[in-house]
Design a protein around this ligand. Structure first.
Ligand code: HEM
Length: 489
């Protein structure tokens, strides 16, 4: 009886001693990192909630090197060897963590949200051919993208040449991806606006980061407190987009090149909600990524420090247009390629960690043994910057580094913007075609300059759940018709 008041303190002491023992005896202790990462993940979470995970981890890499412990059970890597092991071993690398549960749509798992390899491989076998480069460059799919790129240039010319172009680029990416998913039922948010623009805005201006992080880390508390939480942190709600996709999936005249057409083939046995979930997922995956990758890239190309790159890009795209005025060209333009690669290197639309579990039996990465169940990841932002032998002066935008044949293989090996291996971006060729056709449409007609009201802070990288966007959520550029700007030189 006399010992009863001591029971609780003794229990707490035993728990604390156990936690300390685990922290001190963890096999991860050999791995460099801040001391507190051995004990708690709270500092990491603090940065995540403040939309700053990517930069925080990058600072740790700069301080501790390419292998860093960021939480008691979590490691970040930034080397080519780690990318190969985590994302490519056995074809599609290690299994995804439950972080990806946050991206389920209509309550279903899609290719992106399947956690284990076998489910993923089954779904990918159905989907991959619609995103193969050979399908993207066919006249109908590519012509649709070129048509939308021309509309974007038309919108620039119409709007008094001062363009809120982040929004315009999201509209462009939205119209391109819905063309590829649903043609002839794609959207026209670029020129028609209205209902289509409202859907694009709903997806673009989502502010659910904190709510969804809370849901990921504390699911039970989230279930109990979600109404209260709503007052401080909005959940992700996209009713317009949800309805648009369900309606589009009901149409029975989708073009043969579209994803919808493929998913609905009876042999695959997908029910209508599976089909809609996959399409909604790809639609969301295709808007912010391509839109913001272009936005950051064009913002940089418009700066005085990058004007010489813009001039060379203009020369190449104008020459190509003069040589083949009526065809859409996505290959054979080395300067355009270099600008796109450097844009993706400096401003990867998904800059953050792509988390995976170390498989049973454990694995050795960069010389460190990691037990099964450890969370490991690489973030494109750091993979593109940490090896200064491959990317000298890594924070400087310099497309011409990609034109040097020396080191080409090493640069390509470290380009991780679309991830790597079997779970890398399936939409890569579509995204590249969209980016290249848009840059051609703009830089064959205009010089772009930053508007005076814009600040560097507006264009700071702000982490969202997996992608990043300009912190100011706006980007104003002036589009000066080319003849006029040439006269100014
Ligand atoms: C510049 C544009 C883009 C970038 C930088 C990008 C980047 C990425 C990255 C890094 C991943 C891997 C994510 C992870 O493992 O967590 C990914 C996956 C994916 N992306 Fe993209 N993406 C872009 C455009 C697109 C487009 C246009 C589409 C489709 C229309 C798309 C559809 C997907 C899908 C479906 C996945 C999941 C693939 C799988 O799990 O097998 N992406 N993307």
């Amino acid at each position: 009886m006399l010992l009863a008041p001591l029971l609780l303190p003794l229990l707490l002491l035993a728990l604390a001693a156990h936690a300390l023992y685990k922290a001190l005896s963890s096999p991860l202790n050999r791995i460099p990192g801040p001391w507190y990462a051995r004990l708690t993940s709270l500092v990491l979470k603090w940065h995540e909630f403040r939309a700053n995970r990517t930069r925080y981890i990058h600072e740790l890499h700069l301080r501790y090197g390419p292998a860093v412990r960021i939480a008691p059970r979590e490691m970040a890597f930034a080397s080519a060897g780690a990318v190969r092991e985590i994302y490519c071993s056995g074809g599609s690398g290690f299994d995804k963590t439950e972080f990806y549960d946050l991206f389920r749509v209509y309550g279903r798992r899609t290719m992106f949200t399947t956690l284990d390899k076998d489910h993923h491989a089954r779904r990918k076998r159905i989907i991959a051919d619609r995103y193969a480069n050979s399908n993207i460059v066919r006249p109908k799919p590519l012509g649709g993208i070129a048509e939308r790129a021309a509309k974007f240039a038309q919108r620039c010319a119409q709007s008094g040449l001062l363009v809120e172009f982040q929004l315009g680029l999201h509209a462009y990416a939205f119209d391109c991806v819905t063309h590829h998913l649903f043609h002839p039922h794609g959207t026209d948010s670029l020129l028609q606006g209205g209902k289509d623009e409202a859907i694009m805005r709903e997806v673009t201006f989502d502010d659910s980061l904190q709510n969804r992080l809370f849901q990921h880390y504390w699911p039970t508390a989230h279930r109990l407190l979600h109404k209260l939480l709503y007052l401080f942190a909005k959940p992700r709600e996209t009713p317009l987009a949800d309805h648009f996709v369900l309606d589009s999936c009901n149409a029975d005249d989708s073009a043969p090149f579209t994803l919808l057409d493929r998913l609905r083939e009876p042999a695959h046995g997908l029910d209508p909600l599976d089909v809609a979930a996959e399409c909604l997922d790809h639609m969301a995956a295709g808007i912010d990524t391509t839109g913001d990758a272009l936005c950051f890239l064009m913002w940089e190309v418009s700066q005085p420090r990058s004007m010489r790159f813009q001039r060379k890009l203009q020369q190449e795209v104008r020459q190509t247009k003069a040589e083949s005025p009526s065809s859409f060209v996505v290959d054979g333009m080395p300067y355009l390629d270099a600008v796109v690669m450097e844009g993706l290197r400096c401003f990867p639309a998904i800059p953050m960690s792509l988390p995976r579990y170390v498989p049973p039996g454990g694995r050795t990465i960069d010389g460190y043994f990691l037990p099964a169940g450890t969370i490991v990841s690489c973030q494109p932002y750091s993979v593109h910057r940490i090896d200064t032998a491959v990317f000298p002066d890594p924070d400087t935008f310099n497309p011409e580094r990609w034109l040097d044949p020396k080191g080409d293989a090493e640069r390509k090996r470290l380009l991780f913007a679309f991830a790597n291996g079997g779970r890398g971006c399936v939409g890569k060729h579509l995204a590249l075609a969209e980016m290249k056709l848009l840059l051609q449409a703009v830089y064959s007609r205009f010089t772009t300059l930053p508007d005076a009201t814009m600040t560097e802070a507006d264009m700071e990288m702000s982490d969202q759940l997996i992608s990043s966007r300009p912190a100011g959520q706006r980007c104003l550029l002036r589009f000066v018709p080319l003849q006029e700007s040439e006269l100014l030189e």
